[in-house]
Design a protein around this ligand. Structure first.
Ligand SMILES: Cc1cc2nc3c(=O)[nH]c(=O)nc-3n(C[C@H](O)[C@H](O)[C@H](O)COP(=O)(O)OP(=O)(O)OC[C@H]3O[C@@H](n4cnc5c(N)ncnc54)[C@H](O)[C@@H]3O)c2cc1C
Length: 337
């Protein structure tokens, strides 16, 4: 007996932060592993591709939509356990909203993810992308990921190491057959907030804020700095910060003395993609119904009813200009479907 309800010809645009995208040939919302297994069986039997959608806050879906089965991940549930005086272990289902997990952790006085406050999307999307902000990354606190293996229907557990996390990268980007079901985080009641990021350093200079104060500050800074999808369609940073060899950075600095670079050690430097885009003259630029946010040069926006093609054309224009001015190649952070 079928427990899932597979719908047809569903518009995906309203399910994404860009508000852009065509239709899914088939679409299903799943709230349990059994439902997921049934959805995957349906796709396998009919030879359809599968795309897992979380909160839609890091995707640009093509105008032609997705000619297969879109599985909207709604597996919920959060639980925690305290061991000893300080250690808090938290497990959250892949369909939980990431910021609800942060709010719960802060309520429990469990530190480690307060700098990742107000990042839109689900736990599944956060793991997939190894989200990061204000000097913190999900990988710093993640212990294990429970995942469903499409190949054989097994439920597997991957350790932090097995997830192959890197800057906005995880094994789930390479192996699309693994669907995140949930993640376990290790947090601490004895946590010393990380204030290394300039905005936080300035705000808390000489102070020892609680994790709740750090969360409030991060929310405040983000609301001022970034356009949120409720105001204007966007998916946060459109490009990754490029990493280049230190020798290239040294040559660039001769021409552009104020060029920001974060030394990663091992002979490479991470540049600020926002600064490159701003210097290339794109900040606040509008092209028809799309543009580069006037609040943040890394954010491409849909001013209303635009298409994926218009956004991709703009992203190409930005990439080409940055490449010809700085010789630096920008890579997309947003997943193009
Ligand atoms: C205003 C704004 C600010 C942002 N700021 C940040 C930031 O500071 N730092 C940062 O890192 N990101 C940021 N982002 C990007 C985005 O919030 C994150 O990438 C987020 O983790 C995406 O989660 P999602 O559930 O919305 O994923 P979706 O957009 O739905 O999906 C993204 C990718 O993850 C895959 N995926 C989703 N769920 C699963 C699952 N259960 N199993 C396997 N694959 C899955 C999808 O297939 C897709 O390939 C921002 C976005 C916005 C709109």
């Amino acid at each position: 007996m079928f427990i899932i309800k597979i719908k047809q010809n569903i518009s995906l645009a309203p399910l994404t932060a860009f508000g852009i995208g065509g239709r899914a040939k088939f679409f299903v919302e799943i709230g349990s592993v059994d439902e997921l297994a049934e959805a995957v069986n349906f796709a396998t039997k009919n030879n359809f591709g599968v795309f897992v959608l979380g909160g839609g806050s890091n995707v640009l879906i093509s105008d032609g939509g997705f000619n297969g089965l879109v599985i909207k991940m709604n597996i919920s549930g959060m639980r925690h356990a305290v061991s000893g005086e300080h250690v808090v272990s938290m497990y959250a289902g892949a369909g939980e909203m990431w910021d609800d997990v942060v709010a719960k952790a802060v309520e429990l006085n469990a530190g480690g993810i307060e700098n990742l406050s107000l990042i839109p999307g689900t736990v599944g999307g956060a793991v997939y992308q190894n989200i990061g902000a204000y000097g913190a990354e999900l990988k710093d606190v993640l212990v294990l990921v429970k995942a469903y293996d499409i190949k054989n229907g097994d439920i597997v557990e991957l350790s932090n190491k097995e997830c192959c996390f890197d800057y906005r990268h995880s094994i789930f980007k390479k192996n699309k057959g693994l669907i995140v079901l949930g993640a376990e985080l290790l947090l601490s009641k004895n946590h010393k907030p990380s204030l290394s990021y300039p905005d936080l350093k300035k705000r808390f200079s000489g102070l020892s804020p609680t994790i709740s104060e750090v969360r409030r500050a991060v929310i405040d800074i983000r609301r001022n700095k970034l356009p949120y999808p409720e105001e204007v369609g966007n998916a946060g940073s459109f490009f990754k910060n490029p990493i280049i060899p230190i020798s290239n950075y040294q040559s660039l600095v001769v021409k552009f003395p104020d060029l920001k670079g974060h030394d990663l050690g091992s002979g490479s430097v991470k540049l600020s993609a926002a600064q490159l885009i701003e210097k290339a003259g794109f900040k606040g630029k509008k092209v028809g119904r799309v543009g580069v946010s006037e609040k943040h040069a890394l954010v491409l926006v849909n001013y209303g009813k635009s298409t994926a093609k218009e956004l991709i054309d703009l992203s190409r224009m930005v990439k080409e200009t940055v490449k010809s001015k700085f010789g630096v190649i920008l890579e997309s952070e947003v997943e193009q479907i």
